[in-house]
Design a protein around this ligand. Structure first.
Ligand SMILES: [Zn+2]
Length: 290
C-alpha cells in the first residue's frame, strides 16, 4: 500500500492563494497600465484617499469582504474588479494545474491565461487592448514555442485527466481516462517555431480581413491580440479561439439586448470573449505534440 507524506488536496488551497496573489497584481496592473502609471511605485493605495494599504487590506479576495467592500480609511466603495480578478486568478491556478501538472505547459498556459485575464479586464473598462500588452505577447508566444519545441519530450499527443487525481499523477500531469479527451487534434495547440509564425500570420490575418471589412466594432487591438494568441498556440487553435469567442460574444450580446442592458449601436468589447474562449481551450481543449 502506498503512503504519501502530503495529499494532493492540501496543494489546492496553496495554489489558489498563489494564483490569487498574482490576481492582486493583475488587478492593480489593469488599473495602472491604461493610465500609464508605474507598476511598482507608489505602493498599493486607495485610489480615492491615496492612503497606503496595510497588510489586512492586502489579503487576496478576503480583504474585500473583511472591509465590506469599502476603503477602511475614507469609506469609499472599492471596485468589485479586485476580488473578482483575484478569485479568477486563484481558480485558474488550481484548474490549469489539475489539467497539466507541474510541467512546461502549466507555466506557458498559466502565464497566457493571466495575460489574457489582464487584457479582458482592461478591455471591459476602457474598450481597448493596450499595445504594451499585445505586442510583447507576440514575442513571448514565439519564445515559448522555441522552449516547448526544444522540450518536446514533455508535450504529449493527447491530454488526459480525471476529476480526482492522486498526488503523483497530478504532479506528472498525466492522470485520468481518455473518455474525457477524445482526439480532436486538428484544433489543438501545436508548439514549434514555424507553427508559431504561421499562428501570428493566420491569427492576425483573419482578423485584419474582418476588421477592414467591418469598419468598426472590431479594433486593431483585437487583431494584435489574436496574432499573439496565434504566436502562443498556433493557427488552428487561434482559429478555434476566434470562432468560440465570436460564438460566446454573439450569445452574450443577444442576451444583453433582450435584457435591455445595451442597444444595437453600442459597441461591446470583443477582448473579454477572446479571453473566455482562450481559457476554455486551455482547460478543456486537446493538446498535440510539437
Ligand atoms: Zn480611501
Amino acid at each position: 500500500m502506498d503512503m504519501y507524506l502530503v495529499d494532493v488536496y492540501l496543494l489546492f488551497p496553496l495554489l489558489f492563494l498563489f494564483g490569487a496573489a498574482w490576481g492582486s497584481f493583475l488587478g492593480a496592473a489593469a488599473y495602472r497600465i491604461p493610465r500609464r502609471l508605474s507598476l511598482v511605485k507608489p505602493r498599493s493605495h486607495c485610489t480615492s484617499c491615496r492612503r497606503q494599504l496595510q497588510p489586512l487590506d492586502l489579503i487576496p479576495v478576503f480583504s474585500f469582504f473583511i472591509r465590506r467592500g469599502r476603503c477602511a480609511y475614507c469609506g469609499n466603495p472599492l471596485s468589485w474588479r479586485y476580488p473578482l480578478v483575484e478569485a479568477a486568478a486563484g481558480l485558474l491556478a488550481v484548474v490549469v494545474f489539475l489539467r497539466y501538472g507541474l510541467s512546461w505547459l502549466f507555466a506557458v498556459y498559466i502565464i497566457m491565461a493571466y495575460w489574457a485575464l489582464l487584457l479582458a479586464t482592461i478591455d471591459i473598462e476602457h474598450q481597448r487592448l493596450p499595445d504594451v500588452l499585445t505586442l510583447p505577447g507576440i514575442l513571448v508566444g514565439f519564445l515559448f514555442n522555441i522552449i516547448l519545441y526544444l522540450q518536446s519530450g514533455v508535450v504529449h499527443v493527447t491530454a488526459r485527466m480525471s476529476v480526482a487525481p492522486t498526488w503523483h499523477l497530478s504532479w506528472l500531469g498525466n492522470s485520468g481516462s481518455s473518455v474525457f479527451w477524445p482526439g480532436w487534434e486538428v484544433c489543438a495547440p501545436v508548439f514549434s517555431p514555424w507553427h508559431s509564425l504561421l499562428g501570428i500570420v493566420v491569427g492576425g490575418g483573419i482578423l485584419t480581413l474582418i476588421a477592414s471589412a467591418a469598419r468598426g466594432g472590431m479594433g486593431w487591438g483585437d487583431v494584435k491580440y489574436l496574432a499573439a494568441v496565434g504566436a502562443f498556440i498556433g493557427p488552428g487553435a487561434a482559429g478555434l479561439v476566434l470562432f468560440l469567442g465570436a460564438l460566446i460574444g454573439s450569445l452574450v450580446g443577444i442576451a444583453m439586448m433582450l435584457l435591455g442592458r445595451v442597444n444595437r449601436r453600442q459597441p461591446i468589447p470583443f477582448g473579454p470573449f477572446l479571453t473566455a474562449a482562450l481559457i476554455l481551450l486551455i482547460i478543456f481543449g486537446p493538446y498535440a505534440a510539437a
